[in-house]
Design a protein around this ligand. Structure first.
Ligand SMILES: [Zn+2]
Length: 175
């Protein structure tokens, strides 16, 4: 099947970087990273499309999990002064999808390919895999662990998150 017919670009799998002086820094989400990259690198040697599909599924799950872990970690480190008391406003201001959209917009686009693959395979009534963007799943993995590898070593791009009000709070303010 042609949507399985590609060779993933290579990713530098090192999970440890040299830090200041003699220190080393270890990647966050290391279990997800190891799982994703092991599957990623075995794709080219997979014997048939079924094997390739199961490899792609692992890449999708593990990359998505690392992505969510990273967004949650970033959210935990956003200074909130004062704390946003309404949960809906908080979600609109610093929800995980808001953080991803502002700091890693392409990651958000590529994540859709992983979501689609996972949802498709999780439903037994779904048949056929021609419509799945397998390469998109691998691009998602590459984008997170290669192009944004620094983020997993805690070099987070800076951004501000202006308060966004939810619908009901907006309505209250408008009174
Ligand atoms: Zn609100």
């Amino acid at each position: 099947m042609s949507n399985f017919d590609f060779v993933p670009k290579s990713i530098d799998a090192a999970a440890i970087q040299l830090g200041e002086g003699t220190t080393v820094r270890i990647s966050s989400a290391i279990i997800q990273r190891t799982t994703a990259l092991r599957a990623y690198s075995s794709y080219a040697a997979a014997g048939n499309w079924m094997e390739k599909l199961s490899t792609a599924y692992i890449v999708a799950i593990a990359t998505r999990s690392a992505d969510s872990w990273l967004m949650q970690d970033i959210q935990n480190h956003i200074p909130e002064e004062p704390r946003i008391s309404c949960p809906k406003c908080r979600e609109a201001t610093i929800g995980l999808h808001v953080i991803r959209g502002r700091l890693f917009p392409r990651l958000g686009q590529l994540r859709k390919h992983a979501n689609k693959l996972i949802h498709h395979l999780d439903k037994p009534e779904n048949r056929g895999v021609d419509g799945l963007n397998i390469l998109g799943v691998f691009d998602y993995c590459y984008h997170l662990f290669q192009e944004n590898t620094d983020a997993l070593f805690r070099h987070i791009p800076s951004a501000t998150f202006p308060l966004a009000l939810c619908k009901s709070c907006k309505a209250v303010r408008a009174l």
